[in-house]
Structure formats: C-alpha cells, structure tokens
Design a protein around this ligand. Structure first.
Ligand SMILES: [Zn+2]
Ligand SMILES: [Zn+2]
Length: 246
C-alpha cells in the first residue's frame, strides 16, 4: 500500500507512555505493550492495607511504624511507580501531555473501592512552578475524578514556599524542605478529605499537606496517588536514593 494512503487510513498516534509512533486505534492513548506493563504494575496482594507498602511475611509494616502515614488515615493508588506508570506520569508532568491525566485518573478512581469522601484537594504547585508548567497535574487529576466519581474538588491548599527537588534530599532534609511549605486557605470543618497527588515517594509532601488540612478542620485525610514508589516504602527514615523529581 502507498505510504501516504496508509498514513491516511491508519493515522499513527503516539503512545502516551512510551512515545513510540504506533498504529494504535485513533481513540487509544496507550499501546498494547504499555497497557500490559501497567496491568503488571497494579498494587495487589502482599501489601500493607493502610499505606500500600510491600510487606515481608510475618513482619509489621516498616513504613507505618516509621511514621510514614502521620496525619493520614489511608492511602490508595492503582500502580507501583516503575516502568510504564513512571513514564506515563513523567509524560504528564515533564512532557506536559495533559491527556495522560485521564487514564491515570480512571485507574485511581477504580482503586478507591467505593470509599466515601466529601471532596478532593489537589497537592498544589508553587505559583512560579505553575506558571512554568502551565497546569497543576494534581488539579487535572481532580478534575477527571470529579467527572468520574461526582466528587467535588477544592483548591484548599496553596504552596507558599518554593521547595528544592525532593529527589536530591535525605529523609530529614525532605521533611524540613516541605514543612510549612503548604498552607490551607479554606475552612474544611467536618470534611472527609481525599488528598490527590501524582506519586508518593517518601510521603513527606502528603504528611505536610495532611497536617494543614487537619488544622483547617478536616476530620479525616486520605491520600490518593496514581503510583507509589515502593523503594521508599520499607524504610521511610533512610531514603536518599535518586528518582526522577516528584
Ligand atoms: Zn506504549
Ligand atoms: Zn503500612
């Protein structure tokens, strides 16, 4: 078949996760390879039910024991942060592929298993970072979740202090880096809040946000992310390895 005719009949869409120009259905966002990889990255079995960290048989969860869930009632996420999920999230944040938010939000909505909340609150970006990126990926995810779950979203937090890239810091430095960076700007008396972020690495951002949400009156704060970086899950107090910026 003539290449031009072929291109007309079978337009090539780029997979949002691997960026390979493939002949995927015009309406499909991901290639079969990345879909299969995402499926294999689903967080199921052998996990702490509270924080979704991998558990060693017969042992208590080191992440929870080390204060990883301080201020948080539960954590939900569809994927381990690796391979296709990491590429999809990087596409959203760094290649600014807004369309990547939809498949992530769909998987996030499924991971909630019907748990009840009053509203979602996106982890905010600092105004300078928001201007650079053009959008807040967590707010995009909240917008899709509102449509998928009928759950209202409220920008109840702002990031008042610009922080260093978390990935370059030790655990103690991360906690210092984000403490007081987030400020609640709306009252949340009696509300069950679902805090939304793209990925949980050490969880220091979520803990800082949860503290502020509770200060604003929230009665419960749960965390929903698209992925959890398992390498941080077992040792929240000694995490200085490198990951792409979160
Ligand atoms: Zn792909
Ligand atoms: Zn745990």
């Amino acid at each position: 078949m003539d290449e031009r005719l072929r291109a007309l009949l079978f337009p090539r869409a780029r997979c949002l996760a691997c960026d390979e120009p493939r002949e995927i259905d015009a309406g499909a966002d991901l290639c079969d390879g990345c879909l299969a990889e995402l499926d294999a990255l689903r967080l199921t079995g052998g996990l702490c039910s509270h924080c979704l960290s991998p558990l060693r048989a017969g042992q208590a969860c080191a992440y929870c024991a080390g204060g990883g869930m301080l201020g948080l009632d539960a954590a939900y996420a569809p994927y381990r942060y690796h391979g296709a999920s990491q590429r999809l999230i990087a596409g959203l944040k760094f290649r600014r592929l807004r369309r990547a938010a939809l498949p992530l939000a769909e998987a996030m909505a499924d991971s909630l298993h019907g748990a009840g909340f009053d509203l979602t609150v996106p982890v905010p970006l600092h105004a300078d970072d928001l201007r650079d990126r053009g959008f807040n990926q967590s707010a995009l995810l909240c917008g899709h979740l509102q449509r998928l779950l009928g759950l209202p979203t409220e920008g109840a937090l702002i990031k008042a202090k610009r922080t260093h890239q978390q990935s370059s810091l030790s655990h103690e430095e991360r906690e210092d880096n984000v403490s007081n960076a987030y400020v609640a700007v709306r009252p949340l008396y009696g509300k069950k809040v679902l805090l939304v972020d793209d990925v949980r690495t050490t969880g220091s951002t979520a803990r800082a946000c949860a503290r502020e949400l509770r200060r604003a009156g929230a009665v419960s704060v749960c965390l929903l992310t698209a992925a959890v970086a398992a390498r941080y899950s077992s040792a929240p107090q000694s995490s200085s390895s490198s990951l792409p910026p979160a």
